[in-house]
Design a protein around this ligand. Structure first.
Ligand code: DCP
Ligand code: MG
Length: 597
């Protein structure tokens, strides 16, 4: 699992992978016309730069040499016009390509999020959150670079080089060949640089991933860090990760620092060659001074696109590695599948039946073994058992968060695999052990932004479960802002809100997975009353630790190590003097102690 994670971030990435590229380009397809337009504009802009040295040549040879002021003026104006024209077109081009890139990655980001939402919970059990966040942010961002500056600008660079070469050979073939004799050195240097940068880039990414996950984990567990006075030692660990990251960054900077001056050096050598060889030719009058001028300018001009192309290479390579990771996630089809021909599932009564159900999270480690039970519409069934017995797992499979290994689960006589997940879940509400609240308001957390649940319904649900008292005491009442994870509310308050949430949806089947956590007696009573109200007129499965809830249940299922060991109502089970009896005795004793305390 964690190895998989590492492997993903180690993907080095080829600079060009035709299969990946094809798939990436499919995202650009809706914008094909615009991209072709951008490329055509680039061809035009690309010619504007290389035209200027040629104009200079004409100015020197035709007008300066002949003292033609008027001609010189015209050339001057042409030069100015080409500069202005280039600036304006470039503005539009940059804006346009960036706009395209943003459009494309917006689509991709939405697709990714929608895909992640469909994945089975099993996937999230083994995927670090940080990793998914990285996919939707960093990885997508590097694709933006590819789509905006990458694809279009590569054409621009190539066309600039072609234009320059064209003008050079048009002016003088021999001098062109002398100038271009430095190219092999440049190519070799670029090749070395690319290889080194590619390696160091992988290090940078690996260390960044480590830094991020360390940071994330520690912020989440900040209270534990502080109570154990671990700040200093944690900082020490962080510093070592931090310095690894710094070192890998500095290393990649080193390669850039060597590469760019080297390119300058080679370009100076080229200029030197032109002056030496071309200057000799001027003296022997085989070429004009204007040609010499133009060549010096061309030499300075063509190193930039070549240098840029090697940067584009990095963009390509990063994008390829990112897209490989993104596509891997998109190709993950760990869904809970709907049947192709789902059964009609309307107006259900709420009968539940488990038949020979086996279930496991990990291969060959069964968590539920041969589970059989039946709940009639409107009945309340309690499930009890030690921690880890498999109680929550029963909920997980009834709601199809996970699929079972064998056996059948029926709701209203229909196998839940044969009905649409959406339909099934429409009739089930759950209150889970650890309540989750989203950032928003109290009311949006109760209604889950369902437009069919009016403000009145929200208030009524809160009143029914007794959550209204503390909500009314809040400064903004139902509009009070709830922070991420409900961090600003107490555990009991969060529970009450989640009860109201379940009730607002008025479900046919209600599932409660109670936490026995730190709730005071008063809140406990409140919650107890809330539960009683919740249960009326619904089929309910209650995983309860509170004796009163269990005692009133129509049936109690005692789960032990994934097996049903006893069933019956409270009195029957006590009479059996088995596991339930022992559990009851233990809790009863606790209660007595609590009362006397
Ligand atoms: N388990 C797992 N993967 C998960 C969830 C649970 O491997 N995503 C394992 C842990 C336990 C077993 O399954 O060994 C049963 O877990 P349950 O959550 O069903 O246990 P309970 O709900 O009965 O325990 P508790 O009373 O602590 O909530
Ligand atoms: Mg549980």
């Amino acid at each position: 699992m964690s190895n998989d994670y590492k492997k993903d971030d180690e993907i080095l990435g080829k600079a060009y992978d035709s299969k990946l590229m094809k798939r990436l380009l499919s995202y650009a397809k809706p914008y094909r016309k615009y991209i072709i337009f951008a490329i055509l504009m680039n061809v035009v802009v690309a010619s504007l730069g290389p035209i200027r040295p040629y104009l200079t040549k004409i100015a020197v040879d035709n007008y300066i040499a002949n003292s033609d002021y008027k001609g010189l003026m015209i050339i001057g104006l042409l030069l100015l016009a080409s500069l202005l024209f280039q600036a304006v077109i470039q503005y539009f081009l940059i804006y346009f390509t960036e706009y395209l890139g943003q459009k494309i990655i917006y689509d991709l980001r939405s697709q990714l999020f929608s895909h992640v939402q469909k994945l089975a919970l099993k996937f999230f059990d083994k995927t670090p959150i940080g990793r998914l966040v990285t996919r939707v942010t960093n990885d997508i961002e590097s694709l933006n670079a590819l789509f905006s500056s990458g694809i279009v600008m590569v054409f621009s660079d190539i066309f600039i080089i072609l234009w320059i070469f064209g003008f050079m050979f048009f002016l003088d073939v021999k001098l062109s060949l002398v100038t271009l004799s430095v190219l092999p050195f440049l190519f070799y240097g670029t090749f070395l640089f690319r290889r080194k940068v590619r390696e160091s880039y992988r290090d940078v990414r690996l260390h960044l991933a480590r830094l991020n996950s360390y940071m994330q984990e520690h912020i989440t567990g900040m209270n534990i860090v502080q109570i154990f006075n671990k700040e200093k030692s944690e900082l020490k660990k962080f510093s070592s990760i931090n310095s690894d990251y710094r070192k890998s960054n500095i290393k990649s900077i080193f390669y850039y620092a060597v590469f760019f001056p080297s390119v300058e050096l080679i370009s100076s050598v080229a200029v030197g060659l032109i002056i030496w060889y071309g200057g000799g030719n001027v003296l022997s009058s085989t070429i004009t001074i204007g040609v010499l001028f133009a060549f010096i300018q061309y030499t300075e001009m063509f190193f930039r696109p070549i240098r840029d192309l090697s940067e584009k290479y990095n963009i390509m390579q990063t994008a390829m590695a990112s897209s490989e990771r993104i596509f891997k996630l998109l190709d993950n089809k760990a869904f809970i599948n709907n049947s192709d021909t789902p059964l009609n599932f309307d107006n259900i009564k709420g009968e539940i039946e488990f038949k020979n159900v086996w279930f496991e999270y990990k291969e060959n480690e069964p968590v539920l073994k041969d589970i059989n039970f039946r709940i009639n519409p409107g009945e309340t069934v309690a499930i009890v058992g030690a921690t880890g017995a498999g109680k929550t797992s029963i909920i997980n499979i009834l709601t199809r968060f996970y699929d079972i290994k064998s056996g059948n689960i029926f709701v209203d006589g229909k196998d839940i695999k044969e009905v649409n997940k959406r339909d099934l879940r429409k009739y089930i509400s759950i209150v889970l052990q650890d309540v989750f609240l989203f950032s928003g308001t109290i009311s949006s957390n109760i209604s889950m932004d369902n437009p069919n649940i009016s403000y009145e319904k929200i208030k009524k649900a809160a009143e029914l479960v007794g959550a209204d008292k503390f909500i009314e005491a809040l400064p903004n009442k139902y509009d009070e802002i709830v922070m991420e994870r409900g961090a600003t509310l107490s555990v009991g308050q969060k529970q009450l809100i989640s009860f109201a949430r379940a009730l607002a949806y008025n479900p046919q089947i209600l599932i409660l997975d109670e936490a026995t956590s730190s709730i005071d007696t008063e809140t406990e009573e409140l919650i107890q009353k809330a539960i009683e109200k919740l249960l009326i007129g619904r089929t309910a499965i209650v995983i309860a630790h509170r004796l009163s809830t269990i005692q009133n249940a129509d049936k109690i299922i005692v789960l032990h190590k994934g097996e049903i060991r006893e069933t019956g109502n409270h009195q029957e089970l006590l009479a059996k003097k088995g596991i339930y009896y022992k559990l009851y005795q233990l809790q009863y004793k606790d209660q007595e102690i609590n009362k006397s305390a």
